[in-house]
Design a protein around this ligand. Structure first.
Ligand code: PEP
Ligand code: MN
Length: 338
């Protein structure tokens, strides 16, 4: 990191700045130029509060030469992170297919859907027990009961389960869950991220509706800073001026995240587009772009779904999509699942 000093900086202000930096264990190298002086910083600059720097009278500009995320950064961890999920793995070059309903609604619904998803080639089962809904009057999920039903579906199919957490207070209910999902709306719930950093469960961290990739990586950094390295990132579309799709799928995020970070990357074409007919082309695009996993919403009867009915695939349509996905994966030399 380089700090560019204001032209007529007072010596006391510069000394104060150097002291602040040294107190954080950073060595400050003052370089006096003919017209402009700078300070080059050496050490772990991730501990620096940028706002605090700009609050100093002598600071004109600050330039980062390295990314603020360290643990999630491929520069310091060149090998891909491979996350173990029960007896399968994510991030080893294989393609994981996480499929299932938006919400867990009943035993019959989740078991029927799970069996159909498995038959079509899904490798993990998703289903929301705690639902983050825009309206407080919409279905909020079966909560603890929903998790119990997911565990039953896992027993029935052998598929590992992925489900969303909304509050630290519910963490105990997730003890037997295989992958804890952090939804878009909680991507910057830092207390929740810290709590997940203290457990060793795989976390599927979804990109916030209006968050940059650097912010997504910094949220992953929160979990990893606590000691939990089992983090997978998920691109699920972002808010743009476009209204024809629910969100805009940022497909370039996939190769870019994989260049910047060693963490596995998942794509959720369901929430990204909100349109059934776009799930197949966007799934194929995600695989081509290098995604490690797809997360697709499938419901045994979308017309009666209690949430996201318009974007969920019928088991028959999912099977059709999977035929194409399997062909493409085969062509690319990628195995489904392990
Ligand atoms: C979900 O996957 O059920 C969900 C609510 O997605 P998102 O957080 O991406 O909106
Ligand atoms: Mn949904």
């Amino acid at each position: 990191m380089i700090i560019i000093l204001k032209k007529d900086s007072q010596k006391e202000s510069v000394n104060r700045l150097v002291k602040i930096l040294e107190n954080k264990g950073i060595s400050a190298n003052f370089i006096e130029g003919a017209s402009q002086s700078i300070i080059g910083l050496v050490g772990d600059t991730s501990v620096i509060d940028m706002d605090n720097l700009f609050a100093q009278d002598c600071v004109e500009e600050v330039r980062r030469v390295q990314e603020p995320y360290k643990k999630a950064n491929r520069k310091f961890h060149p090998d891909d992170t491979v996350i173990k999920v029960r007896d399968t793995v994510m991030g080893n070059g294989s393609l994981q297919i996480i499929a299932g309903p938006c919400s867990v609604e009943s035993e019959e619904q989740i078991i029927t859907t799970a069996i159909a998803c498995k038959e079509a080639g899904a490798t993990m089962l998703r289903g929301g027990a705690f639902k983050p809904r825009t309206s407080p009057y919409s279905f909020q999920g079966l909560e603890g009961e929903g998790i119990k039903l997911l565990l039953k579906a896992r027993q029935e199919t052998g598929l590992p389960i992925v489900t969303e957490i909304m509050s630290i207070a519910d963490l105990d209910l997730f003890a037997d869950v295989d992958v804890i999902q952090v939804g878009a709306r909680n991507m910057q719930n830092f207390k929740l991220l810290k709590a997940l950093g203290e457990c060793d469960k795989p976390v599927l961290l979804k990109r916030g509706l209006a968050n940059t990739l650097e912010e997504l990586l910094m949220s992953a950094e929160y979990i990893m800073a606590g000691g939990n390295m089992n983090v997978a990132l998920c691109e699920r579309g972002i808010r743009t001026f476009e209204t024809m799709t629910r969100n805009t799928l940022d497909i370039s995020a996939v190769p870019l995240l994989k260049q910047k970070s060693h963490l596995p990357v998942c794509v959720d074409p369901s929430h990204a587009t909100g349109i059934v007919s776009l799930i197949e082309p966007m799934s194929l695009a995600a695989v081509v772009s290098g995604a490690d996993a797809l997360e697709i919403e499938v419901h045994n009867d979308p017309k009666s779904a209690l949430s996201d009915g318009g974007q969920q695939l019928t088991p028959a349509k999912f099977a059709e999509v999977m035929t194409k996905v399997k062909d493409l994966a085969k062509y690319m030399g990628r195995t489904l699942g392990k």
